[in-house]
Design a protein around this ligand. Structure first.
Ligand code: RB5
Length: 148
């Protein structure tokens, strides 16, 4: 990922602390981050923060994005309501690599309460630096949004 590209990030309170950790790491690496909130540990509803980021990805404003909530599931489910979004829930570095290689994911969803922060950072790095493999995965990914 070109470091000039702006990276959007969003979470609810369940991912707030991890989000702050990841933003700090990204900025130290030279990335520009657009923080969609939340901005405190106060209890909030994750869709209020995930929808704006997912819509921006869907609209082509950013190529890739990072989202978090406590489990990673609510954030991922919200983001995947947009036809142009492919958000993958990750709990290992290999998963984070595979969602790019095989699924051309444009959002990584991380469970803020279930993985170590250091692993979250490793997952973000591999997500940002892995390209879609294409080939046999191309038509599979195209079929994802072709609901019956
Ligand atoms: C918030 O308590 C929690 O429900 C939320 O962060 C997330 O895990 C939802 O899927």
């Amino acid at each position: 990922m070109n470091k000039k590209t702006v990276l959007p990030i969003a979470s609810d309170h369940g991912g707030f602390e991890m989000k702050a950790f990841i933003i700090d790491k990204l900025q130290k690496e030279g990335y520009t981050v657009k923080d969609y909130g939340t901005f405190s540990e106060e209890s909030v509803d994750y869709p209020d923060f995930i929808h704006p980021l997912a819509k921006a990805i869907n609209d082509g404003v950013y190529p890739l994005g990072i989202i978090m909530c406590g489990s990673g599931n609510g954030a991922q489910m919200t983001a995947n309501k947009y036809a142009g979004v492919r958000a993958g829930l990750c709990w290992s570095v290999e998963q984070a690599e595979l969602i790019r290689l095989h699924n051309n994911a444009n959002i990584i969803s991380i469970p803020g309460r279930f993985v170590p922060f250091s692993m979250a950072w490793d997952m973000v790095k591999i997500f940002l630096n892995t390209d879609f493999e294409g080939g046999r995965h191309e038509k599979r990914v195209e079929k994802i949004s072709q609901t019956l």
